[in-house]
Design a protein around this ligand. Structure first.
Ligand code: NAI
Length: 250
């Protein structure tokens, strides 16, 4: 297979970190992007020494940084054929406790960040012959989970954006899909989930456990792979132990 490269955001931690590892094993050249430069440098050390990995410190809300990244990708010798928008921030507040500022901040990172990167990198992919974009949404963008006014609304926006982009970018030879993870053991979740939250997830997930970042990375790798997912676009793949499928559980 000829060399191809892919940009992964949120690459220093959790799902993004596991995704970088998985894509490297699939033979991708990976541009790992995160706003936390030191953590990104540390995380790069976890991947195989011979892997085709470059890192780039970038906040996905930084428009000029995004333009510079697109320019770098356009000039790079290995053609850009993929983008995984994994950078995201959480919020857990009841509706009446959610501030407009919080709502704007979550949209800025979780929605506008993914939108702006996609808009900047899609033409680079098209010039290289096409590619795949995967957004990391959430089951909270599909179901009405308590305390997720800002977070769930931002992920719901990504779900709809996925479908619209799939329609508009099909002619650009770009497939656009999303993965909607259920509860996944990552640093974000270890910080945010109390014992009571964990109990509630175990009660409502049919498989009765949290997922791993590697289980999400597998789904992302599939959707990115032109050989395996060549006719898949506009889909929201829930990787959630059955959470979104479930109804009565007892
Ligand atoms: P994490 O906190 O372990 O990793 C997120 C990474 O994104 C961090 O390295 C952080 O520095 C980076 N990041 C945050 N804001 C950024 C920005 N503005 N620019 C560049 N990088 C930025 O989180 P985790 O759990 O791995 O989450 C990854 C994605 O998966 C997020 O979009 C999250 O909403 C989503 N997700 C996670 C679930 C979970 O249970 N862990 C469930 C559903 C969705």
């Amino acid at each position: 297979m000829s060399a191809r490269s892919i940009v992964v955001t949120g690459a220093a931690s959790g799902i993004g970190l596991a995704t970088v590892g998985r894509l490297l094993r699939d033979g991708w050249h990976v541009v790992a992007v995160d706003r936390e430069g030191e953590a990104l440098a540390r995380s790069a050390g976890q991947h195989d020494a011979g892997a085709k990995l470059t890192t780039r410190t970038l906040d996905v809300t930084d428009a000029s940084g995004i333009a510079a990244l697109a320019e770098t990708c356009a000039q790079a010798p290995v053609p850009l054929r993929g983008l995984v928008n994994c950078a995201g921030i959480p919020a857990n507040a009841r509706f009446f406790d959610t501030t407009a500022e919080q709502m704007r901040r979550l949209y800025e990172v979780n929605v506008v960040g993914a939108f702006a990167l996609s808009q900047a990198l899609a033409p680079v992919m098209t010039a290289a012959g096409g590619g795949a974009i995967v957004h990391i949404a959430s089951v909270s963008g599909i179901k009405g989970n308590l305390g997720r006014s800002a977070y769930g609304a931002s992920k719901g926006a990504l779900v709809t954006l996925t479908k619209i982009m799939a329609v508009e970018l099909a002619s650009e030879r770009i497939r656009v899909n999303a993965v909607a993870p259920g509860p996944i053991e990552t640093p974000m979740v270890r910080e945010a989930h109390t014992a009571a939250t964990r109990e509630e997830w175990h009660r409502t997930v049919p498989m009765r456990r949290y997922g791993t970042p590697e289980e999400i990375a597998e789904a992302v790798a599939f959707l990115c792979d032109e050989a395996r997912a060549s006719y898949v676009t506009g889909q929201i793949l829930a990787v959630d132990g059955g959470f979104t499928a479930a109804g009565l559980m007892a």
